[in-house]
Ligand binder design. Structure first.
Ligand code: PLP
Length: 451
């Protein structure tokens, strides 16, 4: 018997996948690779990957563990969970305990599972990282943006938080989760102590769970201290992080979540473990063993991370100074390797070229100036905002350097010079030789000069 299914194809997608695109960051990376393969030089500011060479201590630890091919416990090996809990207590002064720490293949799947297992809808700062909103929607949640103030380094105010909450409730939604990310991707901004405390206290009063994505915590530039919001609301905060940024090991896929050390936290961990057991079973065993060395945080690794942060600071600052010189509005970055400039001072001129949205601006920069960026809309910003996210972390190696060994040598050379950058102070700061960064500065100079 022949059955006709008029609207179906054989490979019919679920409704939630019909409109889901690939993550904007991964998509721009693919696009740049294709351009380069076709011989078009491109300044790649679209992808935020920490790309320093792996520290030898971690390489040795991974080598030692390579033969450990069995599955690890779903929640993670006890030694690693213990090391992470002590690390968080020591470096961030937050309550943590190994039974309340879970590790996974990256913090991204943990963030998704948290969306699946925590009740309620979601409040997200505008702008915020590309994956929070799609993950929340995939988990069947409604997402409500909280406007930040571009004139005040995209700070979140209690007024805007309350406004978003009231608005959402008026629409019949029940926001019970707020995700914060300090330092922030895309803005590079960090919460001040006062703001951190005020937001955490607001969440506590409103019964909102805080997900504190602190994957860039170690990469604070130093002029603003990193403050975890969890410090002020330990019973309602979950802290996530991992090896990807501070240890330049994104491909190792190792992230963690530290849950409240309470009975509620225990229940949440039971749910998280159940879900993890059905999806990824465990993070790779050898990587977990090597990560244990990372989170034990011996002085050599501490120095490596501090030096990486100093290079990121140096590069973002050099581009920041150039953009400000050119009359572009840009908050001063406080951490990570991102800038979030606002090209609205050029709005009238851009309009004459038919550019009225961030997406059109990003497209113009890529097609006419060979500069790859991401428009603010990818981070939940308004379409007409002329804001772009620029990632500086893969500009450290000159384009002509091809072999991995040569790249590593350049990057180790930079790390060696990192301490002197800070010691000499901003005014007398030694300039690192970063040809790709110079090309980027020149690229923006030419673009702005073309008006
Ligand atoms: N959170 C933020 C803000 C990020 O920028 C990233 C990676 O780009 C992640 C989380 C995910 O990191 P991972 O899954 O590598 O731990």
């Amino acid at each position: 018997m022949h059955i006709t299914r008029p609207q179906d194809t054989i490979l019919q997608l679920t409704p939630s996948m019909q409109n889901l695109a690939s993550s904007a960051t991964l998509a721009i990376n693919e696009a740049v690779k294709a351009r380069k393969a076709a011989g078009r030089q491109t300044i790649h500011l679209g992808f935020g990957e920490a790309s320093f060479p792996l520290h030898p201590l971690l390489k040795e630890a991974l080598d030692r563990a390579a033969t450990h091919t069995g599955y690890a416990p779903v929640q993670g090996i006890p030694a690693l969970r213990k090391a992470i809990a002590s690390y968080l207590e020591r470096t961030r002064q937050i309550a943590a305990a190994s039974e309340y720490v879970a590790v996974a293949p990256g913090s991204k799947p943990l963030l998704y599972v948290l969306m699946q297992i925590l009740d309620g809808d979601v409040l997200l700062p505008i702008p915020s990282w590309v994956s929070y909103a799609p993950q929340a929607r995939l988990a069947g949640k409604q997402v409500f943006g909280v406007e930040s103030d571009p004139a005040d380094a995209h700070t979140l105010t209690l007024e805007k938080l309350s406004e978003a909450l009231t608005q959402a409730r008026r629409q019949g939604a029940r926001p019970r989760i707020l995700v914060v990310n300090t330092p922030s991707n895309p803005t590079g901004e960090m919460f001040s102590r006062e703001d951190a405390q005020a937001i955490a206290t607001w969440c506590k009063t409103e019964g909102i769970t805080l997900i504190c994505d602190e994957i860039y915590a170690e990469l604070a530039h130093g002029w603003r201290e990193h403050i975890s919001l969890a410090k002020f609301y330990s019973e309602g905060s979950i802290v996530t992080g991992g090896l990807s940024k501070a240890f330049s090991a994104g491909g190792w896929r190792l992230g963690y979540a530290s849950l409240p050390t309470t009975d509620d936290g225990k229940r949440l961990m039971t749910a998280l473990r159940a879900m993890a057991s059905e999806i990824w079973s465990s993070a790779p065993t050898p990587v977990q063993e090597a990560a244990t060395v990372a989170y034990t945080y011996p002085p050599e690794l501490e120095r490596y991370v501090r030096r990486s942060a100093a290079i990121h600071e140096h590069a973002t600052n050099r581009l920041y100074e150039k953009l400000v010189d050119l009359g572009i509005d840009c908050p001063r970055p406080a951490g990570a390797f991102y800038l979030y400039p606002d090209f609205s001072p050029l709005r009238t001129e851009l309009q004459k070229r038919g550019i009225t949205t961030g997406e059109e601006l990003a497209h113009h920069l890529l097609e006419e100036w060979d500069i790859a960026t991401l428009p603010g809309i990818a981070f939940g910003d308004r379409p007409d905002a002329l804001r772009l996210r620029l990632a500086t972390s893969i500009l450290y190696v000159p384009e002509e350097v091809e072999s991995d060994d040569e790249k590593d040598a350049v990057l180790w050379g930079l790390l060696e010079q990192a301490d002197t950058l800070r010691d000499e102070g901003k005014d007398s700061a030694k300039m690192l030789k970063l040809p790709e960064l110079e090309r980027t500065r020149k690229g923006f100079e030419d673009f702005v000069g073309s008006f």
